[in-house]
Write a protein that binds this ligand. Structure first.
Ligand code: GLA
Length: 382
């Protein structure tokens, strides 16, 4: 009898234990696009900054180009929870709170993102969400938050997968669709379990506005192509376009991120961005590669002596080809239609996505590529 009841109790536990499932929250069917303040402003976030950035995105063509999320990073909090245990926004930085900021952003047809941390404190030392997942997720939902970037500082050594899964379940319990962006810097091979837990996962440490930083992150992220797909993306970190690289390097970053189906999160001063910066961020043809509905991350076809060829299959059968010159001198980089995965045709169309020039080829794809630059083509059969 005792044995039987033990058996029944065990069976009950098994039957009611939550099963691991793919995230399936319906968000990020293509990589998310938006803005985050961290790269340009660090800890100096404020309601004024978020609202003026949203307004600029609304008016300057970025929203029309697909940028949707306006995201607050670290330092929006005060140092203590209130007596009910709730997080408290810093009222000197956010006089209308997060709810007031969200409602303004929503009035422009944009969405609001927030930042928290799967540890005892955020990276900048504000209260973290570890052990408070349900309460914090419910608070975010009540404020109208649409996106959570969830960082990994001060994590007390508990496994990332369990900490991030706790927040996934807390977000689901709110009933509000909230895009879940995992920021654990590639630890615990997050790409192998990220799609079950979040909509994107950082694959590396933080980016900085230099060609060498961008290059290192590109190499770490590009080899993970098989793990990305609709609803769950490798995240090589936010864009540094406009923050100090040359225009050639900025265009290279945007091309490579699009080729890798990466989240496109602008990280520069949007209200004061130059026309060059805005034209890179809003380039329709390159954004379309990133946002292609097939949802394949491009793969490295060849990489010799700093001359790289990438190929990303697209929904209509075209292939987006990027020729990337990592080196310090101009080089001719080439490949073939067969090498990038197009079955033999007698003639192919080639659209240069940055210049708009159209040409055709019997199979050879080749261009002179400036130092640190990318030439990007859309290859179509016939
Ligand atoms: C970590 C993250 C960054 C940023 C900072 C904020 O370093 O990786 O993207 O959010 O924390 O403190």
């Amino acid at each position: 009898m005792k044995r039987l009841s033990l058996f029944l109790a065990a069976a009950l536990v098994l039957a009611t234990a939550p099963t691991a499932q793919a995230l399936g929250n319906g968000l990020a069917t293509t990589p998310q696009m938006g803005f985050n303040d961290w790269n340009a402003y660090g800890c100096n976030v404020s309601e004024t900054l978020i609202k003026s950035t949203a307004q600029a995105m609304h008016g300057n063509g970025m929203q029309a180009a697909g940028y949707q999320y306006v995201n607050i990073d670290d330092c929006w909090l005060t140092h203590n929870r209130d007596r009910n245990g709730n997080l408290v926004p810093d009222r000197t930085k956010f006089p209308d709170g997060i709810a007031g900021t969200a409602s303004y952003v929503h009035s422009l047809g944009l969405k609001l993102g927030i930042y928290e941390d799967a540890g005892t404190a955020t990276c900048a030392g504000y209260p973290g969400s570890l052990g408070h997942e349900r309460q914090d997720a419910a608070l975010f939902a009540s404020w109208g938050v649409d996106y959570l970037k969830y960082d990994n500082c001060n994590n007390t050594g508990v496994s990332a997968r369990s900490r991030y899964t706790a927040m996934r379940d807390a977000l689901a319990a709110t009933g509000r669709p909230i895009l879940f962006s995992l920021c654990n810097w590639g630890q615990e091979n997050v790409w192998t379990w990220g799609a079950k837990v979040g909509n994107s996962w950082r694959t590396t440490g933080d980016i900085s506005p230099s060609f060498s930083s961008m290059l290192g992150i590109f190499h770490a992220n590009v080899r993970l192509n098989s793990y990305a797909g609709p609803g769950g993306w490798n995240d090589p970190d936010m864009l540094e376009i406009g923050n100090g690289m040359s225009a050639t390097e900025d265009r290279a970053e945007f091309s490579l991120w699009a080729e890798m189906a990466a989240p496109l999160i602008a990280g520069t001063n949007i209200a004061k961005a130059s026309s060059t910066t805005l034209s890179i961020l809003s380039d329709k043809a390159v954004v379309a590669v990133d946002q292609d509905s097939l949802g394949k991350q491009g793969r490295m076809v060849s990489s010799t002596g700093g001359h790289d060829v990438l190929a990303k299959p697209l929904a209509n059968g075209d292939v987006a080809v990027a020729l990337f010159n990592e080196t310090n001198s101009t080089a001719t980089i080439g490949t073939t239609a067969a090498a990038v995965g197009k079955a033999a045709a007698t003639r192919y169309g080639l659209a240069d996505l940055w210049s708009g020039a159209k040409s055709s080829t019997t199979g050879t794809i080749s261009a002179s590529v400036p130092a640190h630059g990318v030439v990007m083509y859309r290859l179509s059969a016939g």
